[in-house]
Design a protein around this ligand. Structure first.
Ligand code: FES
Ligand code: FES
Length: 155
């Protein structure tokens, strides 16, 4: 099929098998580096992208479902992630390059829903983005603090 979608603000038109996974198309055809394939079955969140504004696992998205969709990866978040990144840095909540991009995409989706999550809602979001090596304490604190401030932290 001829596949057409928007990736980080730029129109992409390419030929793909309709059942090809978005993870392979984004990484191997489009050259995206942040979208990782880890579990490949929708469990770990290393492949999280925004698809029409909602967080989605790229490993579960096939080419036929990408057509006409606006996709944003961690590379394309720009200023949408600034307040979160500042808050995470201040809290020392530093994750590795494997889990951090998907985690950031999920947190931006949460932030853009606008409401202040309680700890339980945040746990639900974080359950979709696994880290095998680090504690979540700083991460939770950074996000809950930021949400309490209305998701805005300047400087
Ligand atoms: S690789 Fe997609 S959720 Fe794990
Ligand atoms: S810090 Fe990335 S998997 Fe643990």
């Amino acid at each position: 099929m001829i596949l057409s979608f928007v990736l980080n603000g730029e129109r992409q038109t390419l030929e793909a098998d309709p059942f090809e996974r978005a993870t392979r198309i984004l990484a191997e055809v489009c050259g995206v580096e942040s979208v990782k394939t880890s579990c490949g079955i929708g469990r770990c969140g290393a492949c999280t992208i925004l698809a029409d504004g909602a967080a989605a696992n790229a490993c579960l998205l096939i080419a036929a479902r990408m057509d006409g969709v606006e996709i944003v990866t961690a590379e394309g978040l720009g200023a949408r992630a600034d307040a979160l990144v500042r808050s995470l840095k201040e809290e020392g909540a530093i994750q590795c390059g494997y889990c951090a991009p998907g985690l950031l995409v999920s947190l931006v989706a949460l932030r853009e829903r606008g409401d202040a999550p309680d700890r339980h809602e945040l746990e639900t979001v974080l359950a979709g983005n696994l880290c095998r090596c680090s504690g979540y304490a700083g991460l939770r604190k950074a996000v809950l603090d930021l949400a309490e401030r209305g998701w805005d932290r300047n400087g």
